[in-house]
Design a binder for this molecule. Sequence first.
Ligand code: FAD
Ligand code: EPU
Length: 347
Amino acid sequence: MHKNKIYQKSLKDLNTFSIDVTAKKIIFVRSIQSLINICKTCNLSNIPYIILGEGSNVLFLENYKGIVIINRIKGIKVKEQINAWLLHVYSGEKWNDLVKYTLRMGFFGLENLALIPGCLGSAAIQNIGAYGLEFKNICQYVDIISLENSKIIRIKKDLCKFSYRDSIFKYKYKDKYAVLAVGIKIYKKWNPIIFKALLKNINITEVNPYKIYNSICQIRKKKLPNVNKLGNAGSFFKNPIISKKKAKKILSLYINIPHYLQIDGSIKISAAWLIEKYNFNNIQIGDAAIYKKQKLILINRKKAHPKEILKLAEIIQKSILKKFKIWLEPEIDFINAMGRIKLLKNI
Ligand code: FAD
Ligand code: EPU
């Protein structure tokens, strides 16, 4: 069995925003028992701790006073049913590694979620989504562990309260729980999810899972910044979901806003379009800026201080509220010296 490695170094390479802060200790965890032991020690000594996957959806605001646990609990178990493959995947597996594994194995259906950074644990917490597919569409269950009494609980999909970038793991099962593993069901009968941008790249008659995967990788590489070169955490804000009445009003003024009808009749509006339309004119606060090719992404050009990123986000929020009467809610998690905190809340 691997021993846990203990580092006393910066978190810079462990968060995709590339924020140069430190933690009291950084521990890579490779087994459930190690996770339990570390959390037990922290609980007894009142030391704060936080679990990270790839740090691709967080903004550290300052040095962290506790232990950062990097989850590398890995493993994929496969069971075959007559019409489907059932996968039990541990939460420290990288999401895109799983997508590639399923393609190699001939299990098709995850390809629309190609190239999303992060691990399986956060994929469930965040209900990741892209190009017509969300994690909830393929999830069967999520296994969590109580970090107080080590009890493992299986939460069936219907009880996970999945919605747009949201789940029960952000509320009821937060802080004193960790996501341990997820259950995924992939039907043998493949139903391609086709979206507009894909048709520009592929001929519909020649569509297959590998082509969709490659095409999405191509689109994403073109549109999104490479985290190894430019610090970012993907979309900084969520796309706002507003009432039909409010949408009608705003769409009468701005007919081109990309918008999407939701099942309950509300309307999702493109936040990137609102930011683009506002025209922030190459705004930059220190080293924090808006990514030119995708305006929903805030970037760390080199050595941005988290306060600069926050300031920029706040300016965007206030300006969009003033012009469009729409509040942009952050998609990412903010972490201060003691743990996750709520910031840039609705006013
Ligand atoms: P982290 O940032 O490490 O953690 C996120 C939060 O979850 C933290 O609060 C952390 O404490 C908590 N956490 C992590 N693991 C566990 C665990 N096992 N148990 C309990 N709590 C845990 N998202 C999309 O949905 N769609 C996209 O298309 C997309 N594109 C992106 C593109 C880029 C370039 C980037 C940088 C990000 C993108 N994202 C996208 C956002 C991000 O990839 C996802 O939110 C991803 O699921 C985060 O995974 P992570 O492992 O890096 O989470
Ligand atoms: N647009 C602009 N300006 C821009 C970018 C986009 O006007 O700078 C407009 C375009 O009309 C475009 C539309 O907005 O057609 C939608 O843009 P895009 O396809 O890039 O999607 P998005 O709504 O900005 C969401 C997710 C992404 C996900 C893509 C693809 C959120 C907050 N973001 O972005 O997820 O990859 O759809 O499905 O829902 C993330 O969550 O971190 C993330 C990157």
